[in-house]
Design a binder for this molecule. Structure first.
Ligand code: 1HE
Length: 257
């Protein structure tokens, strides 16, 4: 991989990871997806939250199609599993990840964004799954993660018809939790990541690792797992300190937005 194709910038408790291959619209070749994995795997322990963004006019144009042409079925399977492993480090790595989206968020770029925990999109953002029209299928975990954001019906429509969602419709459909004016996604993502970094680490751990599992469990098992996680979280000294601070008037109240 060209080391210039990805940047890591540690800003206090927040790591900013930037795809930096703008001439190819941040298309993800094997080297770059492996570099994404390595960066998340090796984040310093001082980091409490991360921001993922892309240099240039687009967040990410997806899989680097120039690497696709020579692969047979076995290599295709291994390639997809390699993406799964890499994006698992984004979703289940050390810290919550906020994606700062703009321009194209397409194909594998949308799969990468879907592995993040919060998505902030600016008004230039558009979402598509051109795999359908390229004669291929998603391979980076998209068929698992994307329906959890927007539903199976919308994803089916996108892949069958090539439908492109603009930023506004995309936010309504559930791709992004925040929509901001053009050029402001990184700023907003940094603000959110610094806020996330202030949480008790066990709370962030529960949200990353317990919540998605509980959401997939039958209700009875989910309630039980929730009770276990709640008991573990509230027994941590940091939780007790934070609750005491509120009761003694030293912590912020919840304010109407
Ligand atoms: C690429 C790629 C790419 C751009 N692989 N080289 N993804 C796609 O099918 C999306 C394909 N890309 C596009 O539709 C457009 O490039 C964009 C809408 C993202 C941006 O358009 P634009 O006009 O700004 O850029 P461009 O002129 O199309 O591209 C600039 C260069 O980037 C050009 O190379 P150049 O050498 O001629 O300058 C493009 O060839 C190159 N480029 N996108 C390779 N994707 C785990 S499985 C996931 C499966 C998928 O992701 S499939 C979907 C792939």
């Amino acid at each position: 991989m060209n080391p210039k194709d990805i940047h890591l910038d540690i800003r206090g408790p927040v790591a900013v990871i930037r795809l930096a291959r703008p001439a190819k619209r941040n298309a993800l070749n094997d080297a770059l997806i492996l570099a994404v994995r390595e960066i998340f795997e090796k984040l310093p322990e001082t980091v409490r939250a991360a921001v993922l963004d892309g240099e240039g006019d687009h967040f990410c144009a997806g899989l680097d199609l120039s690497e696709l042409k020579d692969r047979d079925a076995g290599a295709g399977m291994r390639h997809s599993r390699m993406w799964h492993a890499a994006l698992e480090y984004v979703q289940s790595g050390p810290v919550p990840v906020v994606a700062a989206l703009h321009g194209a968020v397409v194909g594998g770029g949308l799969e990468l964004a879907s592995a993040c925990h919060i998505r902030v999109a600016d008004e230039s953002t558009f979402y598509a799954l051109p795999e359908g029209s390229r004669g291929i299928f998603v391979g980076g975990g998209g068929s698992v993660r994307i329906p959890r954001l927007i539903g199976v019906a919308r994803m089916t429509d996108m892949m069958l018809t090539g439908r492109v969602y603009n930023a506004q419709d995309g936010e309504r459909a559930g791709f992004a939790q925040y929509l901001v004016p053009q050029g402001q996604a990184l700023e907003k993502a940094l603000e959110l990541a610094h806020r996330v970094a202030e949480n008790a680490p066990l709370t962030n751990y529960a949200l990353m690792h317990a919540l998605p599992r509980i959401a997939e469990q039958p209700a009875d098992q989910g309630f039980f797992t929730e009770a276990l996680m709640a008991a573990v979280a509230q027994s941590a000294p940091e939780a007790k300190d934070r609750v005491r601070a509120f009761l003694e008037g030293r912590a912020d109240k919840v304010k109407k937005s």
